[in-house]
Design a protein around this ligand. Structure first.
Ligand SMILES: [Zn+2]
Ligand SMILES: [Zn+2]
Length: 400
């Protein structure tokens, strides 16, 4: 079922129900579900979810059989045990400071998986033009362990489901500030799945992996692509890296479906990371990936959330822009944030939310075609990635 050409018109799917707020590690933990709730309320206020061309879809918990397409049976059992009885299992990452056990952890995490799997299958079967699951993108979860605030790897399960449904090639592009290590690990030796991660270097940041030399297993060389950017990389460098690596490799790979992870912890206000990207830069990346999906995959695009811990100032605006791009209602960055949403923030947190949909710093684009500067840390990082993987795809690292 890899027919190309005109797809029938279908609504854009946005996965959401208030039940999804249950994925929450508790008071004081960065991964609070308030970030999701504030995002959905802002998207509503901006009118992004209105109309017959947008479909809001709930997600019941995934079955154990579905989870086991990626996760070890013993791990799923351990998550259930932790969820039902509060039993920690630090060997499997459960009950650690990153991943404390909370009641109904299994159900909450399994809902996220269903959301992404259903979104992916709806896109594959042309029941959705694009799909967005902001609760998803839990890219650190490993087959046998929780890691980095992630219990089940919704992206990996969804990619397996796409392959089982007949997709022959799936591309996954991850622009979270952290390396998409779990998804990379699951498909390390699988040439049918391209994983690209653009992130802050593991020298300074969890999970400590994702270097340019990680290019996939012996049977899938070039199917893992990593751009490890220096701390402090700003919009210009970050967008330069995405533009210099992602479109060329994805085009060469020619995926049936594009799955993207939009963790917005690359922002300069994010408390956990050291990149200096703005919501405007994040919006530009979402636009680039949306357009790429139309160019290379007949518009089959599944966009996921991920990290992002500046709960009031960044996540709602960044992901509202993502929803705007996906629903073909791009939000003008010059637009004011709706007053009702700012007041909701003030009533809950004691201060008004951000006033505008932009961070107010004009984007200065410096495309790769403008030339390589060997004295620039960002350029050296990009060059290392191109040198490591472009030859695997028949591409010349030195050409545009
Ligand atoms: Zn579109
Ligand atoms: Zn992250």
């Amino acid at each position: 079922m890899t027919s190309r050409g005109q797809r029938p018109s279908a609504p854009v799917r946005v996965v959401w129900s208030d039940d999804m707020l249950a994925y929450d590690f508790g008071h004081g933990h960065p991964m609070t579900s308030e970030r999701l709730e504030l995002t959905i309320r802002l998207a509503e206020q901006l009118g992004l979810l209105d109309g017959p061309d947008v479909e809001l879809v709930d997600a019941p918990p995934a079955s154990d059989d579905l989870l086991r397409t990626v996760h070890e049976a013993a791990y799923v059992a351990a998550v259930r045990e932790a969820s039902e009885h509060g039993t920690p299992d630090p060997q499997r990452g459960l009950g650690t400071s990153d991943d404390p056990v909370f009641p109904s952890m299994h159900e909450a995490a399994a809902r996220v998986v269903t959301g992404t799997v259903d979104a992916a299958l709806a896109v594959w079967e042309d029941r959705a033009e694009h799909a967005v699951n902001l609760t998803g993108g839990l890219h650190h979860a490993m087959p046998g362990a929780a890691s980095g605030f992630c219990v089940y790897n919704d992206a990996a399960v969804a990619i397996r489901a796409l392959l089982a449904a007949g997709a022959t090639r799936v591309a996954y592009v991850d622009v979270d500030a952290h390396h998409g290590d779990g998804v990379q690990a699951v498909f390390w030796d699988d040439p049918r799945v391209l994983t690209i991660s653009v992130h802050e270097s593991g020298h300074a940041l969890f999970p400590g992996t994702g270097f340019a030399r990680e290019i996939g297993g012996a049977d899938a060389m070039g199917s893992a692509v990593n751009v490890a950017l220096p701390a402090g990389t700003d919009d210009t460098g970050w967008l330069r890296a995405i533009e210099a690596v992602v479109p060329a490799v994805v085009r060469e790979f020619a995926p049936d479906v594009l799955v993207t992870q939009h963790g917005c912890d690359s922002h300069l206000m994010d408390p956990l990371t050291h990149l200096r990207v703005s919501v405007d830069g994040q919006r530009a990346a979402a636009t680039l990936l949306h357009d790429l999906a139309h160019d290379v995959a007949d518009g089959r695009w599944v966009a996921l959330g991920g990290g992002g811990y500046a709960v009031l100032d960044v996540v709602p605006r960044s992901w509202a822009h993502l929803v705007g791009v996906a629903t073909h209602r791009p939000v003008d960055p010059e637009r004011d944030v709706p007053q009702a949403w700012r007041e909701l923030v003030r009533d809950r947190y004691g201060r008004l939310g951000p006033a505008r949909m932009t961070d107010g710093r004009p984007l200065r684009l410096r495309p790769w075609s403008s030339g390589y500067d060997p004295g620039d840390d960002v350029d050296r990082a990009i060059r290392a990635t191109r040198a490591a993987v472009f030859p695997c795809w028949g591409l010349d690292p030195d050409l545009d």
